[in-house]
Design a protein around this ligand. Structure first.
Ligand SMILES: O=C(O)CCC(=O)C(=O)O
Ligand SMILES: [Fe+2]
Length: 353
Protein backbone atom coordinates (compact mmCIF):
# COMPACT_ATOMS: atom_id res chain seq x y z
CA UNK A 1 0.00 0.00 0.00
CA UNK A 2 1.49 3.28 -1.10
CA UNK A 3 -0.59 5.72 0.91
CA UNK A 4 -0.79 6.26 4.61
CA UNK A 5 -4.32 6.96 5.64
CA UNK A 6 -4.93 9.52 8.34
CA UNK A 7 -7.89 8.05 10.22
CA UNK A 8 -9.21 11.52 11.05
CA UNK A 9 -10.40 11.82 7.43
CA UNK A 10 -12.03 8.40 7.14
CA UNK A 11 -15.83 8.32 6.96
CA UNK A 12 -17.86 5.55 8.59
CA UNK A 13 -18.73 2.90 5.95
CA UNK A 14 -22.35 4.02 5.61
CA UNK A 15 -21.28 7.60 4.83
CA UNK A 16 -18.56 6.82 2.29
CA UNK A 17 -19.15 8.12 -1.21
CA UNK A 18 -20.48 5.67 -3.79
CA UNK A 19 -18.26 4.86 -6.73
CA UNK A 20 -20.91 5.34 -9.39
CA UNK A 21 -22.14 8.85 -9.93
CA UNK A 22 -25.70 9.83 -10.70
CA UNK A 23 -26.25 13.18 -12.31
CA UNK A 24 -28.94 15.41 -10.96
CA UNK A 25 -30.77 16.02 -14.22
CA UNK A 26 -33.75 17.24 -12.31
CA UNK A 27 -32.25 20.09 -10.32
CA UNK A 28 -34.13 23.13 -11.59
CA UNK A 29 -32.25 25.69 -13.67
CA UNK A 30 -33.91 29.06 -13.20
CA UNK A 31 -33.48 32.10 -15.43
CA UNK A 32 -33.39 35.25 -13.26
CA UNK A 33 -33.78 37.70 -16.19
CA UNK A 34 -37.05 39.10 -14.83
CA UNK A 35 -35.19 40.52 -11.79
CA UNK A 36 -31.92 41.40 -13.50
CA UNK A 37 -33.23 43.30 -16.51
CA UNK A 38 -35.04 46.62 -16.42
CA UNK A 39 -38.80 46.72 -16.99
CA UNK A 40 -39.63 43.03 -16.92
CA UNK A 41 -43.21 42.13 -17.78
CA UNK A 42 -45.37 41.33 -14.74
CA UNK A 43 -46.33 37.90 -16.02
CA UNK A 44 -42.69 36.78 -16.30
CA UNK A 45 -42.21 37.94 -12.72
CA UNK A 46 -45.18 35.84 -11.53
CA UNK A 47 -43.84 32.82 -13.38
CA UNK A 48 -40.43 33.28 -11.80
CA UNK A 49 -41.87 33.46 -8.28
CA UNK A 50 -43.76 30.22 -8.93
CA UNK A 51 -40.65 28.53 -10.26
CA UNK A 52 -38.65 29.58 -7.20
CA UNK A 53 -41.41 28.36 -4.91
CA UNK A 54 -41.62 24.92 -6.43
CA UNK A 55 -37.81 24.56 -6.58
CA UNK A 56 -37.60 25.38 -2.86
CA UNK A 57 -40.41 22.98 -2.04
CA UNK A 58 -39.49 20.03 -4.24
CA UNK A 59 -35.70 20.25 -4.20
CA UNK A 60 -34.30 22.79 -1.75
CA UNK A 61 -31.55 23.20 -4.34
CA UNK A 62 -31.58 24.95 -7.72
CA UNK A 63 -29.25 26.71 -10.13
CA UNK A 64 -29.67 30.23 -11.48
CA UNK A 65 -28.51 31.83 -14.73
CA UNK A 66 -28.75 35.45 -15.91
CA UNK A 67 -28.16 36.32 -12.26
CA UNK A 68 -26.51 39.66 -12.90
CA UNK A 69 -23.15 38.84 -11.26
CA UNK A 70 -20.18 39.91 -13.37
CA UNK A 71 -18.50 36.86 -14.90
CA UNK A 72 -15.13 38.57 -15.16
CA UNK A 73 -15.26 39.41 -11.46
CA UNK A 74 -16.08 35.79 -10.64
CA UNK A 75 -13.09 34.69 -12.74
CA UNK A 76 -10.86 37.27 -11.07
CA UNK A 77 -11.80 35.91 -7.66
CA UNK A 78 -11.21 32.34 -8.80
CA UNK A 79 -7.72 33.22 -10.08
CA UNK A 80 -6.86 35.07 -6.87
CA UNK A 81 -8.11 32.16 -4.79
CA UNK A 82 -5.92 29.72 -6.78
CA UNK A 83 -2.88 31.90 -6.19
CA UNK A 84 -3.61 32.21 -2.51
CA UNK A 85 -3.89 28.44 -1.95
CA UNK A 86 -0.84 27.72 -4.12
CA UNK A 87 1.35 29.37 -1.47
CA UNK A 88 3.28 27.36 1.09
CA UNK A 89 1.40 26.27 4.20
CA UNK A 90 3.63 28.57 6.20
CA UNK A 91 2.60 31.58 4.12
CA UNK A 92 -1.09 30.69 4.28
CA UNK A 93 -0.85 30.33 8.05
CA UNK A 94 0.21 33.97 8.30
CA UNK A 95 -3.52 34.73 7.94
CA UNK A 96 -4.82 31.83 10.01
CA UNK A 97 -7.99 32.09 11.97
CA UNK A 98 -7.25 32.64 15.65
CA UNK A 99 -8.88 32.74 19.06
CA UNK A 100 -10.25 36.26 18.61
CA UNK A 101 -11.75 35.79 15.17
CA UNK A 102 -12.63 32.68 13.16
CA UNK A 103 -12.18 34.33 9.77
CA UNK A 104 -9.03 33.67 7.75
CA UNK A 105 -7.23 30.50 6.68
CA UNK A 106 -7.78 27.05 8.20
CA UNK A 107 -7.53 23.43 7.16
CA UNK A 108 -8.84 21.47 10.11
CA UNK A 109 -12.59 21.72 9.85
CA UNK A 110 -14.60 18.70 10.95
CA UNK A 111 -18.11 17.93 9.73
CA UNK A 112 -19.98 15.43 11.88
CA UNK A 113 -16.71 14.77 13.70
CA UNK A 114 -14.78 13.60 10.64
CA UNK A 115 -12.10 15.85 9.21
CA UNK A 116 -12.86 17.41 5.80
CA UNK A 117 -10.36 17.05 2.95
CA UNK A 118 -10.10 20.76 2.26
CA UNK A 119 -8.55 24.08 3.18
CA UNK A 120 -10.50 27.33 3.31
CA UNK A 121 -10.23 31.08 3.57
CA UNK A 122 -13.18 32.82 5.25
CA UNK A 123 -13.99 36.52 4.92
CA UNK A 124 -16.82 38.34 6.72
CA UNK A 125 -19.26 40.62 4.92
CA UNK A 126 -19.26 43.10 7.81
CA UNK A 127 -16.01 44.14 9.39
CA UNK A 128 -16.37 44.09 12.33
CA UNK A 129 -19.15 41.51 12.79
CA UNK A 130 -20.83 41.53 16.19
CA UNK A 131 -21.41 38.12 17.83
CA UNK A 132 -21.89 36.64 21.33
CA UNK A 133 -18.71 35.78 23.21
CA UNK A 134 -19.98 32.36 24.28
CA UNK A 135 -22.86 30.04 23.46
CA UNK A 136 -24.18 30.15 27.03
CA UNK A 137 -27.77 31.30 27.09
CA UNK A 138 -27.38 33.84 29.91
CA UNK A 139 -24.04 35.31 28.88
CA UNK A 140 -24.78 38.69 27.27
CA UNK A 141 -21.19 39.60 26.44
CA UNK A 142 -20.47 40.36 22.80
CA UNK A 143 -17.28 40.38 20.73
CA UNK A 144 -16.26 41.71 17.36
CA UNK A 145 -14.92 39.45 14.65
CA UNK A 146 -12.68 41.02 12.04
CA UNK A 147 -11.15 39.99 8.73
CA UNK A 148 -7.55 39.02 8.02
CA UNK A 149 -5.49 40.91 5.43
CA UNK A 150 -3.58 38.56 3.14
CA UNK A 151 -0.64 40.22 1.39
CA UNK A 152 -0.75 37.80 -1.49
CA UNK A 153 -2.03 37.85 -4.18
CA UNK A 154 -2.03 41.63 -4.54
CA UNK A 155 -5.51 43.16 -4.30
CA UNK A 156 -7.00 39.93 -2.88
CA UNK A 157 -9.00 41.75 -0.20
CA UNK A 158 -10.47 44.25 -2.65
CA UNK A 159 -11.47 41.54 -5.11
CA UNK A 160 -13.21 39.62 -2.31
CA UNK A 161 -15.00 42.76 -1.11
CA UNK A 162 -16.17 43.65 -4.59
CA UNK A 163 -17.44 40.11 -5.09
CA UNK A 164 -19.27 40.16 -1.75
CA UNK A 165 -21.15 43.26 -2.91
CA UNK A 166 -22.41 41.26 -5.88
CA UNK A 167 -23.41 38.39 -3.58
CA UNK A 168 -25.32 40.87 -1.45
CA UNK A 169 -27.30 42.10 -4.43
CA UNK A 170 -28.08 38.60 -5.67
CA UNK A 171 -28.88 37.45 -2.14
CA UNK A 172 -31.35 40.29 -1.67
CA UNK A 173 -33.14 39.45 -4.93
CA UNK A 174 -33.35 35.78 -4.06
CA UNK A 175 -34.67 36.49 -0.58
CA UNK A 176 -37.33 38.76 -2.11
CA UNK A 177 -38.36 36.07 -4.57
CA UNK A 178 -38.50 33.47 -1.82
CA UNK A 179 -40.56 35.80 0.38
CA UNK A 180 -43.04 36.37 -2.45
CA UNK A 181 -43.19 32.65 -3.17
CA UNK A 182 -44.31 32.14 0.45
CA UNK A 183 -47.02 34.79 0.01
CA UNK A 184 -45.07 37.35 2.07
CA UNK A 185 -44.11 40.91 1.27
CA UNK A 186 -40.98 41.06 -0.88
CA UNK A 187 -38.99 42.87 1.85
CA UNK A 188 -40.15 40.63 4.68
CA UNK A 189 -36.68 39.25 5.42
CA UNK A 190 -34.76 42.50 5.10
CA UNK A 191 -34.89 43.45 8.79
CA UNK A 192 -32.89 40.37 9.78
CA UNK A 193 -29.84 41.33 7.74
CA UNK A 194 -28.99 44.85 8.88
CA UNK A 195 -26.30 43.57 11.22
CA UNK A 196 -25.74 40.37 9.33
CA UNK A 197 -23.12 37.73 10.18
CA UNK A 198 -22.77 36.57 6.54
CA UNK A 199 -19.43 35.46 5.16
CA UNK A 200 -17.79 34.13 2.03
CA UNK A 201 -15.73 30.96 2.05
CA UNK A 202 -13.06 30.17 -0.52
CA UNK A 203 -12.74 26.39 -0.61
CA UNK A 204 -9.80 24.42 -1.99
CA UNK A 205 -10.09 20.63 -2.21
CA UNK A 206 -6.65 19.19 -3.02
CA UNK A 207 -6.45 15.85 -4.88
CA UNK A 208 -7.06 13.03 -2.40
CA UNK A 209 -5.31 9.63 -2.59
CA UNK A 210 -8.31 7.83 -1.05
CA UNK A 211 -11.46 9.49 -2.45
CA UNK A 212 -13.55 6.42 -1.63
CA UNK A 213 -12.90 6.88 2.11
CA UNK A 214 -12.80 10.65 2.68
CA UNK A 215 -15.01 13.58 1.73
CA UNK A 216 -14.21 17.19 0.87
CA UNK A 217 -17.09 18.16 3.14
CA UNK A 218 -19.03 15.52 5.00
CA UNK A 219 -22.81 15.36 4.78
CA UNK A 220 -24.40 18.45 6.32
CA UNK A 221 -27.08 21.09 5.98
CA UNK A 222 -26.23 24.79 5.81
CA UNK A 223 -27.38 26.56 8.99
CA UNK A 224 -28.40 29.96 7.56
CA UNK A 225 -31.40 30.83 5.41
CA UNK A 226 -29.66 30.72 2.02
CA UNK A 227 -26.34 29.81 0.37
CA UNK A 228 -25.11 31.05 -3.02
CA UNK A 229 -22.44 28.72 -4.35
CA UNK A 230 -20.03 29.00 -7.27
CA UNK A 231 -18.27 25.78 -8.23
CA UNK A 232 -15.57 25.27 -10.87
CA UNK A 233 -15.78 22.72 -13.68
CA UNK A 234 -14.41 19.74 -11.71
CA UNK A 235 -17.60 18.62 -9.98
CA UNK A 236 -18.04 16.82 -6.68
CA UNK A 237 -21.05 18.41 -4.98
CA UNK A 238 -23.74 15.87 -4.19
CA UNK A 239 -27.25 16.49 -2.92
CA UNK A 240 -29.40 14.03 -1.02
CA UNK A 241 -32.68 13.48 -2.82
CA UNK A 242 -35.78 14.50 -0.90
CA UNK A 243 -38.03 12.04 -2.61
CA UNK A 244 -36.67 8.62 -2.07
CA UNK A 245 -35.80 6.65 -5.18
CA UNK A 246 -33.24 3.88 -5.60
CA UNK A 247 -30.62 6.58 -5.64
CA UNK A 248 -29.85 8.52 -2.51
CA UNK A 249 -27.19 11.04 -3.58
CA UNK A 250 -27.07 12.88 -6.89
CA UNK A 251 -24.30 15.05 -8.26
CA UNK A 252 -24.85 18.66 -9.22
CA UNK A 253 -22.96 18.82 -12.51
CA UNK A 254 -21.18 22.11 -13.07
CA UNK A 255 -23.10 24.53 -15.31
CA UNK A 256 -20.72 27.23 -16.55
CA UNK A 257 -21.27 30.58 -14.80
CA UNK A 258 -24.40 29.44 -12.99
CA UNK A 259 -24.86 29.73 -9.23
CA UNK A 260 -26.16 26.92 -7.09
CA UNK A 261 -28.67 28.10 -4.52
CA UNK A 262 -29.82 26.13 -1.53
CA UNK A 263 -32.19 26.92 1.27
CA UNK A 264 -30.75 26.30 4.70
CA UNK A 265 -32.00 25.53 8.19
CA UNK A 266 -33.22 29.04 9.04
CA UNK A 267 -35.45 29.10 5.98
CA UNK A 268 -36.84 25.76 7.07
CA UNK A 269 -37.73 27.22 10.47
CA UNK A 270 -39.05 30.54 9.11
CA UNK A 271 -41.28 28.67 6.64
CA UNK A 272 -42.36 26.17 9.32
CA UNK A 273 -41.06 23.27 7.20
CA UNK A 274 -42.63 24.40 3.91
CA UNK A 275 -39.10 24.74 2.49
CA UNK A 276 -36.74 22.14 3.88
CA UNK A 277 -33.00 22.42 4.16
CA UNK A 278 -31.34 19.64 2.17
CA UNK A 279 -28.34 17.54 3.09
CA UNK A 280 -25.32 17.75 0.78
CA UNK A 281 -21.65 16.71 0.70
CA UNK A 282 -18.57 17.07 -1.47
CA UNK A 283 -16.67 14.20 -3.07
CA UNK A 284 -12.96 14.59 -3.77
CA UNK A 285 -10.97 12.89 -6.50
CA UNK A 286 -7.47 11.54 -6.79
CA UNK A 287 -6.44 13.57 -9.83
CA UNK A 288 -7.92 17.02 -9.79
CA UNK A 289 -8.02 19.76 -7.24
CA UNK A 290 -11.33 21.61 -6.97
CA UNK A 291 -12.27 25.17 -6.02
CA UNK A 292 -15.64 26.43 -4.85
CA UNK A 293 -16.97 29.60 -3.25
CA UNK A 294 -20.06 29.49 -1.09
CA UNK A 295 -21.54 32.74 0.19
CA UNK A 296 -23.45 32.09 3.40
CA UNK A 297 -26.24 34.56 3.99
CA UNK A 298 -26.54 34.75 7.79
CA UNK A 299 -28.78 37.14 9.81
CA UNK A 300 -27.79 39.39 12.72
CA UNK A 301 -26.63 37.59 15.87
CA UNK A 302 -29.62 38.79 17.92
CA UNK A 303 -32.16 37.38 15.45
CA UNK A 304 -34.64 35.18 17.22
CA UNK A 305 -35.24 32.40 14.72
CA UNK A 306 -38.79 31.04 14.78
CA UNK A 307 -41.59 30.16 12.35
CA UNK A 308 -43.04 33.38 10.88
CA UNK A 309 -46.42 34.32 12.31
CA UNK A 310 -47.90 34.83 8.85
CA UNK A 311 -47.05 31.24 8.00
CA UNK A 312 -48.54 29.58 11.05
CA UNK A 313 -52.09 29.26 12.33
CA UNK A 314 -54.30 26.94 14.37
CA UNK A 315 -54.09 24.22 11.78
CA UNK A 316 -50.41 24.73 11.18
CA UNK A 317 -48.94 25.61 14.59
CA UNK A 318 -45.24 26.53 14.96
CA UNK A 319 -43.05 23.43 14.65
CA UNK A 320 -40.00 25.00 16.35
CA UNK A 321 -39.21 26.77 19.59
CA UNK A 322 -37.43 30.11 19.05
CA UNK A 323 -33.63 30.15 19.21
CA UNK A 324 -31.05 32.91 19.08
CA UNK A 325 -29.01 32.76 15.88
CA UNK A 326 -25.81 34.13 17.47
CA UNK A 327 -25.81 31.46 20.18
CA UNK A 328 -26.41 28.74 17.59
CA UNK A 329 -23.56 30.12 15.47
CA UNK A 330 -21.06 30.12 18.35
CA UNK A 331 -22.12 26.63 19.37
CA UNK A 332 -21.42 25.44 15.83
CA UNK A 333 -18.12 27.26 15.61
CA UNK A 334 -16.93 25.62 18.81
CA UNK A 335 -17.66 22.15 17.44
CA UNK A 336 -16.52 22.57 13.83
CA UNK A 337 -12.86 22.96 14.60
CA UNK A 338 -12.22 20.00 16.77
CA UNK A 339 -13.43 16.47 16.97
CA UNK A 340 -16.08 15.96 19.61
CA UNK A 341 -17.95 12.91 20.74
CA UNK A 342 -21.43 14.35 20.47
CA UNK A 343 -23.61 15.65 17.65
CA UNK A 344 -23.30 19.42 17.24
CA UNK A 345 -26.30 21.69 17.61
CA UNK A 346 -29.06 21.17 15.00
CA UNK A 347 -32.47 22.73 14.38
CA UNK A 348 -34.19 19.48 15.25
CA UNK A 349 -33.13 20.18 18.85
CA UNK A 350 -35.69 23.00 18.79
CA UNK A 351 -38.43 20.96 17.17
CA UNK A 352 -41.73 20.86 19.02
CA UNK A 353 -42.69 17.21 19.28
O1 LIG B 1 -17.85 22.91 -2.34
C1 LIG B 1 -19.06 22.79 -2.51
O2 LIG B 1 -19.54 22.53 -3.63
C2 LIG B 1 -20.03 22.93 -1.36
C3 LIG B 1 -19.43 23.31 -0.06
C4 LIG B 1 -20.42 23.33 1.06
O3 LIG B 1 -21.44 22.68 1.02
C5 LIG B 1 -20.17 24.16 2.25
O4 LIG B 1 -19.05 24.69 2.38
O5 LIG B 1 -21.10 24.30 3.08
FE1 LIG C 1 -22.88 23.35 2.53
Amino acid sequence: MGVDIDQAFVQDPQHRPGLSITQAQGIPLIDLSPVTTTNPCPSSMDALVKEIGSACKEWGFFQVINHGVSISLREKLQEASKKFFAQSLEDKKKVSRDETSPSGYHDTEHTKNVRDWKEVFDFLTKDPTLVPLTSHEYDDRLVQWTNKSPHYPPGFRDIIKEYIEEMEKLGRKLMELIAMSLGLEAKRFEEFFKDQTSFIRLNHYPPCPYPHLALGVGRHKDPGPLTILAQDDVGGLEVKLKHKTDQEWVRVEPTPNAYIINVGDIMQVWSNDAYESVEHRVMVNSEKERFSTPYFLFPAHDTEVKPLEELTNENNPPKYRPYKWGKFLIHRKDSNFQKQNVENIQIHHFKIA
